[in-house]
Design a protein around this ligand. Structure first.
Ligand SMILES: Cc1cc2nc3c(=O)[nH]c(=O)nc-3n(C[C@H](O)[C@H](O)[C@H](O)COP(=O)(O)OP(=O)(O)OC[C@H]3O[C@@H](n4cnc5c(N)ncnc54)[C@H](O)[C@@H]3O)c2cc1C
Length: 393
């Protein structure tokens, strides 16, 4: 990773024929990539735009798969305060259906998780620089050039891991949805209703997830049509009033709740269903949300992010091109995306909300089946295929 101007020390890196890589973005995908490379003795630099750890729009529900992957990367989620989740509740209005999850899920804030993973990458030998926003990644003969406002870095390859944020040269087709997140302290009675449960409630214009995370905080994360956001406004008090009008059950949950921040954090234009099929260049690896964006209700985006980071690192170690990595990843994700897209239609159609909940109440096995078919699979390989040069895909 050669920083051309200044300091000169980094010019040495640009002369190296192999090894140095840059992860652009230090979220879950970029950090997993850097950690897996660093602990296999590779030279890797992470450029992360935020100067400090930040909250991210995410339901903070961890599937079994992401827990397995994070354990493989050496993170002890329990020690970090993760809660345990064994049941899924689907609700609309005042109706709800509940079923056991086909695995034990977990709740943990991204604030804590992302910071820990990045620290683990650093401890493994990756260089992490925060407060550096990359503006472009360009392939060059035998390498890549990564530019920020004032600096240029050279490396043998890069990971595009900027998550929800696009670099100008690599756009994704946006969808119409807006995502929000807020952490709250609930009243004890309301908190009890969420013990051991991840809950999704569908409302006219979107859906909202709730999950207990560390320190008995509750993460609320919701997705809304932009027209509805325009109508009710982004302020929490007006959103909460809308939710309470949509569902007494949700109103009860929110009664007396204390938000941890003044206003929810938000992200617009989430490109649900996006799969980056076209390779960018032989040595630019798109990871996480820059590779694939699964509908949020599946709670599997973090697994895809971490898996793609590890798999891309393994591809680098094995000498595979980004195009080969991408082709294999897309093949693996296709089935999961197919089912997630189909179920998403139920979430999008208000007319189907009550029918879906009634169906789920009659056939709780259907919830379990959907939870299984919308997840990334094949995790035995992660455990088995240890060591440099072993492919995951
Ligand atoms: C509403 C919603 C709810 C969700 N709920 C869940 C859930 O409950 N469970 C689950 O598993 N998944 C969930 N997801 C999906 C999950 O949040 C994402 O799939 C996951 O965060 C992707 O990780 P990433 O590393 O690709 O991106 P990110 O986590 O977004 O990380 C990208 C990083 O890149 C940095 N960055 C951005 N631009 C630049 C730049 N130009 N230069 C340098 N750095 C840059 C950012 O600061 C950030 O740290 C949800 C998503 C949404 C939208």
């Amino acid at each position: 990773m050669g920083e051309v101007d200044p300091p000169p020390r980094k010019c040495l890196y640009s002369l190296m024929a192999d090894g140095p890589f840059i992860a652009v973005g230090g979220g879950l995908a970029g950090a997993a990539f850097a950690l897996e490379l660093a602990r296999n003795g590779e030279d890797v630099l992470v450029l992360e735009s935020t100067a400090q750890p930040k909250h991210k729009v995410c339901g903070e529900f961890l599937s079994a798969e992401v827990q397995t992957l994070l354990d493989y990367l050496g993170l002890d989620l329990k020690a970090m305060g993760a809660t345990s989740v064994g049941r899924f509740r689907l609700a609309a209005g005042n109706r709800c259906a509940e079923a056991p999850l086909p695995f034990r899920g977990a709740g943990l804030s991204r604030f804590r998780l992302d910071q820990s993973l990045l620290q683990a990458a650093e401890a493994a030998g990756a260089e992490v620089r925060r407060g550096i926003a990359v503006s472009s990644i360009e392939p060059t003969a035998g390498g890549v050039t990564v530019k920020t406002g004032s600096r240029v870095f050279r490396a043998s390859g890069a990971a595009l891991a900027t998550g929800k944020h696009n670099l100008r040269a690599f756009p994704r087709r946006p969808s119409g949805m807006v995502g929000f997140k807020l952490q709250l302290r609930l009243q004890p009675e309301a908190l009890r209703t969420l013990h051991d449960v991840v809950q999704i409630l569908m409302f006219d214009g979107g859906y909202i997830g709730a999950c207990i995370i560390e320190d008995e905080l509750v993460t609320l994360c919701w997705v809304m049509r932009p027209a509805l956001v325009q109508r009710i406004g982004p302020a929490w008090h007006s959103q909460a009033a809308y939710f309470s009008a949509q569902s007494e059950m949700l109103g009860d949950l929110l009664a007396g709740a204390r938000p941890e921040w003044d206003k929810p954090i938000a992200i617009a234009g989430i490109p649900y269903g996006y799969l980056r099929r076209q390779p960018i260049a032989s040595n630019i690896f798109p990871l996480g949300d820059q590779l694939a964006v699964i509908p949020s209700f599946t709670g599997d985006g973090m697994a895809i992010a971490v898996f793609s980071g590890i798999a891309a690192a393994r591809a680098v170690l094995a000498g595979d091109s980004a195009a080969t990595f991408q082709r294999r990843m897309i093949r693996r994700l296709r089935g999961q995306f197919h089912w997630a897209g189909a179920v998403n239609l139920l979430f999008e159609s208000t007319m189907m909300h009550t029918v879906s909940v009634m169906g789920a109440a009659l056939l709780p096995g259907a919830i379990t089946w959907i939870a299984n078919s919308t997840r990334i699979s094949g995790f035995e390989e992660v455990m088995a295929a240890q060591g440099p040069g072993r492919r995951l895909l």
